[in-house]
Design a protein around this ligand. Structure first.
Ligand code: SAH
Length: 165
């Protein structure tokens, strides 16, 4: 038998037509306002973005430590960190290998009104790293996603990107 809270959630889910949401994403969607407080203004995400974005409160704390600096965000994703750096008066170089992520990050930065402080770059950070200069290099590389739960033993070689050293 379902516990009452679970039953209520199932009913709520049916009423809100959550069946259209990818089950991998659902857990993160329920946390959407802690990921982006302005979520309802038109924040764009994709599946990897959902499980990768740094929760806003954490991104704010990280950015507070870098206020007013030049920051390279080498793995920008949908912009969770880059946006908070910019809000903390940083000049940000936001790099991601996936053009769709950069598109979403730009859209999301506009929602927070900080797109003017961020240079968006589609590219491989590992290729570009040696030619970049900044006060801070912030790295939040992909962690592989929630499927790690299905692996018996999680070894470091399962992390991406590969061949960093
Ligand atoms: N901190 C981000 C999330 C980063 S997720 C946020 O808060 O939104 C990690 C990102 O690294 C993914 O978007 C992925 O496309 C990107 N990525 C993976 N390999 C990369 C590489 N070699 N260079 C740049 N970006 C890369």
């Amino acid at each position: 038998m379902l516990r009452p809270r679970r039953r209520i959630f199932k009913k709520w889910r049916r009423n809100h037509n959550l069946s259209v949401i990818n089950p991998v994403v659902e857990k993160y969607w329920l946390q959407r306002y802690s990921l982006f407080s302005l979520y309802d203004e038109g924040i764009q995400m994709d599946e990897e973005g959902w499980y990768s974005v740094t929760p806003e409160e954490i991104a704010i704390r990280q950015a507070q430590r870098c206020a007013s600096r030049v920051v390279i965000d080498g793995f920008t994703g949908v912009g969770g960190n880059a946006i908070q750096f910019a809000r903390m008066h940083c000049k940000v170089v936001a790099i991601d290998i996936d053009p769709r992520k950069i598109e979403s990050a730009l859209n999301n930065a506009k929602i927070y009104g900080v797109e003017g402080q961020i240079d968006f770059v589609v590219g491989d950070f590992l290729q570009q790293a040696s030619s970049l200069k900044a006060d801070v290099v912030f790295l939040s590389p992909p962690w592989g996603g929630p499927s790690y739960k299905n692996v018996k033993k999680f070894t470091l070689d399962l992390l991406k990107p590969k061949d960093v050293i």
